[in-house]
Design a protein around this ligand. Structure first.
Ligand code: KIV
Ligand code: NA
Length: 264
């Protein structure tokens, strides 16, 4: 496979080919996921839970994200690497946000992901101008768990729907090259995807987005605790981890995943 670039992802979006993303935190899995045809590896701050054993993503540091990005970049050959800005690394001011994104790009990220809408737009604009592609993350934003108060679906009310639309359009206008929706009703994710020209990625956002992402541990059935409704055990019917990941890639590409039972 040829190197997946931002232009490749744009082309896939234009051609209606779903973009396949999975979280990835180390070199072994980066190699396996890349070989299995995953388009984008997300070095998510979910590593605070899956790798570090915390109950939220809040404790994760820039050093942690830098370390795991380096590990993933070493194992990867062709996939596009997206790394999360952890909580606290872009909230103080845009100077700190810029400096921290640059650290992650130097560690091997091809794009950075930030949670938020209008409030992050000035930083999105500066990053884009500096040559750093940005993915905005809206809907359920785990770094704000303390204000949201729990793992709730976002954008169910009329005002919530309007907020999602406003945020997605503002992010795109500020230069975001991608928008990710977490735990939002399928119909609103599909509607906002149609409003935008940049690709969208969903997790618990139905089948109307330009691509899908899940947490690696969830699809391999090695999550600790309750399985989220939007996830699926791809080890079922597979005889190896490689096979499970290949089945996930196939299911997203053929639009067999997610079904309504994985959506809100
Ligand atoms: O950190 C992560 O894994 C994420 C996905 C859930 C989208 O941000
Ligand atoms: Na994240």
């Amino acid at each position: 496979r040829k190197q997946v670039r931002l232009s490749t992802l744009k082309k896939m979006h234009e051609n209606g080919e779903p973009i396949v993303m999975l979280t990835c935190y180390d070199a072994s899995f980066a190699h396996l996921l890349d070989e299995a045809g995953v388009d984008m590896l997300l070095v998510g701050d979910s590593l605070g839970m899956t790798v570090q054993g915390n109950s939220t993503t809040i404790p994760v540091s820039v050093e942690d994200m830098e370390y795991h990005t380096r590990c993933v970049a070493k194992g990867n050959k062709t996939a596009f690497i997206l790394t999360d800005l952890p909580f606290g690394s872009y909230q103080v001011n845009d100077e700190e946000g810029m400096a921290n994104c640059i650290r992650l790009i130097k560690a091997g990220a091809n794009m950075v992901k930030l949670e938020g809408g209008e409030e992050i737009c000035p930083l999105v604009r500066r990053l884009t101008a500096a040559g750093v592609p940005v993915c905005g993350h809206i809907g359920f934003t785990p770094q704000s768990i303390n204000t949201i108060g729990g793992f709730f679906v976002q954008g169910k009310s009329d005002s919530g729907k309007e907020k999602l639309k406003r945020e997605a359009l503002a992010l795109q206008e500020a230069g975001a090259a991608m928008v990710l929706f977490e735990m939002v009703p399928a119909d609103i994710a599909a509607e906002v995807t149609q409003l935008l020209h940049v690709p969208t990625i969903g997790i618990g956002a139905g089948s109307g987005t330009s691509g899908q992402v899940l947490v690696l541990q969830d699809i391999l059935n090695i999550y600790a605790g309750r399985k989220p409704k939007f996830s699926k055990n791809f080890m079922e019917g597979a005889d190896s981890i490689q096979g499970a990941v290949e089945n996930y890639v196939k299911a997203v590409k053929s639009k067999d995943f997610p079904t309504q039972s994985h959506s809100f």
